[in-house]
Write a protein that binds this ligand. Structure first.
Ligand code: NOJ
Length: 545
């Protein structure tokens, strides 16, 4: 691997309030005319991200060399860029141009598994005595020839695949072509450390750790217990066992600490880890505690799971706010490349606007999934046109992820301005109404709401530094809170109900920053003694100190 150091002029610092924009490179902007997004496309849109949206960092889903069986999450070489996306010249240019604008870059890093095309695996499977045999997880069949235990792959079927050449099974938490690495092997750890260093030297500002929860498995390979709540035919078959031994093992934290150790050796780097199945604040807390060196946060996925009620959101936040310590970085996710787009999950753009107001008025890092800012929704993909292996392998449970990975809608041009050719996934039918160009010109659009909230947030000491006080108000459907710093006080009112709610608060007149529909004039004074919040409407006010 070549360690050509990239000299960047600026050392960009992370702040615990940075806004991170997630790019799924295949779907962001195609400049080569093959219907698939690329690095040059991202470079061309940096001004949009920096000047228009004003985010602070971008997270790139995998761009490494890959056979693309899981669209890049199956890596064949961690130190090469897949030619589909570009090359190192383009990558270096991306880093330079992003840094020049003050934008940081987070690389998606996939430590749990490689592609079966990775030279390590090719060697590992070649012979029982191969020096890389123990880099992956191999086990003998049971006496009757069946897999070593009952562990299942997240993407369907057994987590074990028999390899006829050496007559053993290898483990794969995802597809059979994504064999799991053996993180108990110090050589694997050493090699991974080198790879992280390679990218840090290239100038990246941190990593998103993919599937961290799967990284260590029970060393005795015990069967998972049966899930008593599993309903055959109704539930995803993966749920038939409780994942006691194949994921979320206590040693996960030891591995995380190794990553943190690497990060901690460099200045201003950040790690965020995907621990999808851990959502309780107490569990999230354990991931903060352990990583002493370097800035690290476990993703908080609660906002994509909570039931729709003011109470549910408030009680989660009260708990999160109370339990995170100084230096722990709260963060908020409304959607990503594995989960439904927020506007579709909630079946309402009004509700999605409400959650936007929520995340941008809290302390912490909001993550924006590309297109979320223009209110993009899921795009139905016909069964026979599905590309995502998850949906194809486990049909009938709505697990396919193509619907939320469709091309970014830039304009009303053909293919939404994403590409000049037919894109790899269909463009949303509604792209004529929901696209960046149109929404920029529309003062009440989704994008305008994002821009209003982000610009206000960036200057607001109350939001960035202030305390959080939930208010106990009469309407249980309204989540009301104050954010207050020494110099500024803001009030947020979020109506979770589908009916108008009357509010009466003793704050006299308040200055309107915006309402979620952007229907009322900014800066006007509003009497909070009698305010009507429409269905799913939110208000952000400045209060007198
Ligand atoms: C989690 C990633 O977010 C997902 O997209 C991928 O398919 C799996 N890990 C396997 O790498």
């Amino acid at each position: 691997m070549s360690l050509k150091t990239l000299k960047t002029k600026k050392e960009l610092k992370w702040s615990a309030n940075d806004i991170v924009y997630q790019i799924y490179p295949r779907s962001f902007k195609d400049t080569t005319g093959n219907g698939i997004g690329d690095l040059q496309g991202i470079i061309e849109k940096l001004d949009y991200l920096h000047k228009i949206l004003k985010v602070d960092a971008i997270w790139l889903c995998p761009i490494y060399k890959s056979p693309m069986k899981d669209f890049g999450y199956d890596i064949a070489d961690y130190c090469q860029i897949d030619p589909l996306f570009g090359n190192f010249k383009l990558f270096d240019n991306l880093v330079k141009k992003a840094h020049g604008r003050g934008l940081k870059i987070l690389m998606d890093f996939v430590p749990n598994h490689t592609s079966d095309q990775h030279p390590w695996f090719i060697e590992s499977r070649s012979a029982l005595k191969n020096p890389k045999r123990d880099w992956y997880i191999w086990q003998k069949p049971k006496p009757d020839g069946s897999p070593p235990n009952n562990w299942l792959s997240r993407f369907g079927g057994s987590a074990w695949t028999f390899d006829p050449k050496t007559k053993q099974y290898y483990l794969h938490s995802f597809l059979p072509c994504q064999p799991d690495l053996n993180w108990r092997n110090p050589q694997v750890q050493k090699e991974m450390r080198k790879i992280l260093e390679f990218w840090l030297v290239k100038g990246v500002d941190g990593f998103r750790l993919d599937a961290l929860y799967h990284i260590i498995k029970d060393d005795k390979f015990r069967d998972n217990p049966i899930n008593p709540r599993y309903i055959p035919g109704h539930d995803d078959p993966y749920r038939q066992f409780l994942n006691v031994y194949d994921r979320g093992r206590p040693a996960t934290l030891e591995i995380l600490n190794k990553f943190c150790g690497v990060i901690g050796q460099h200045k201003n780097k950040f790690l965020v880890s995907e621990v999808f199945y851990q959502t309780k604040v107490a569990e999230l807390k354990t991931y903060y505690k352990l990583c002493q060196a370097g800035l690290h946060a476990p993703f908080n996925f609660n906002f994509i799971r909570l039931p729709w009620s003011a109470w549910a959101y408030r009680s989660f936040l009260d708990n999160y706010e109370e339990n995170l310590s100084e230096g722990d970085c709260p963060n908020y996710v409304l959607g990503n490349h594995d989960r439904s787009r927020v506007a579709s999950r909630l079946e309402s753009r009004k509700k999605a606007r409400l959650l936007a107001m929520l995340v941008f008025t809290l302390k912490g890092m909001p993550f924006i999934y590309y297109g979320e800012e223009i209110g993009m929704s899921n795009v139905p993909v016909k069964n026979n046109e599905q590309l995502d292996p998850w949906g194809k392998n486990v049909p009938g449970f709505g697990l396919g992820r193509d619907a939320y990975r469709t091309p970014m809608q830039w304009s009303a041009q053909k293919y939404a301005g994403f590409s000049k050719t037919k894109p790899w996934l269909p463009v949303a039918r509604n792209y004529l109404f929901f696209n960046v160009k149109k929404e920029l010109a529309d003062k009440k659009s989704f994008l305008s709401l994002y821009r209003n909230l982000i610009s206000f947030r960036k200057k607001s000491k109350a939001i960035l530094e202030g305390n959080y006080y939930p208010l106990n108000i009469r309407s249980q459907n309204v989540f009301a809170y104050v954010r207050e710093s020494e110099t500024e006080k803001v009030l947020v009112l979020l109506n979770f109900a589908s009916k108008t709610q009357k509010i009466s608060l003793p704050f006299a007149m308040a200055e309107l920053v915006c309402n979620t529909f952007l229907s009322r004039k900014k800066g006007q004074k509003i009497n909070l003694n009698k305010l009507y919040l429409k269905a799913f409407e939110g208000y952000l006010f400045k209060l007198k100190k």
